[in-house]
Design a protein around this ligand. Structure first.
Ligand code: FES
Length: 144
């Protein structure tokens, strides 16, 4: 059997053989969003929360919050979603969302952080990492 007959038998064209190695490069965690001459890649979300699920119901009311994967996600009284690292930079206790004062509070030693994670007072000496959020329908995605 000649090479051409063998490849044809298995439905393999020369193009398939040439481009197959490049197809595996599409498994990056970055998602191409523009295939023009200057493609832009957007990071995949850290995680996505389905707000219709009971486990995420705390986020369906203003002032509610939950912690997942080391990130605290809160629904502010103005209806915005915010997300910051949940571990206090002082000694690692989880912070909570203080909706009345629109800030994050660490009850272990009293550090406070703004809604954007900025340090208000210590003993912590650094801010909480701020994450981006995007709501699409009932899906809330958290990005680095
Ligand atoms: S662990 Fe948060 S203030 Fe000490």
């Amino acid at each position: 059997m000649k090479r051409h007959e063998f490849l044809t038998l298995f439905g393999i064209s020369a193009g398939t053989v040439v481009f197959a190695p490049f197809l595996s490069s599409c498994t990056s965690s970055k998602i191409p969003v523009n295939t023009g001459s200057n493609p832009v890649k957007v990071a995949a979300p850290e995680f996505t929360l389905d707000l219709t699920l009971p486990d995420n119901s705390a986020l369906n009311r203003n002032g509610g919050s939950l912690i997942k994967n080391g990130i605290i996600v809160a629904h502010t009284s103005s209806g915005a979603f915010i997300a910051v690292a949940s571990a206090c930079p002082h000694q690692g206790a989880n912070v909570s969302f203080d909706n009345a004062n629109s800030r994050f509070h660490c009850s272990r030693h009293g550090s406070n952080f703004g809604a954007n994670g900025s340090l208000i007072n210590g003993p912590a000496t650094t801010a909480l990492k701020l994450y981006s959020v995007r709501l699409a329908g009932n899906l809330l995605s958290i990005y680095s």
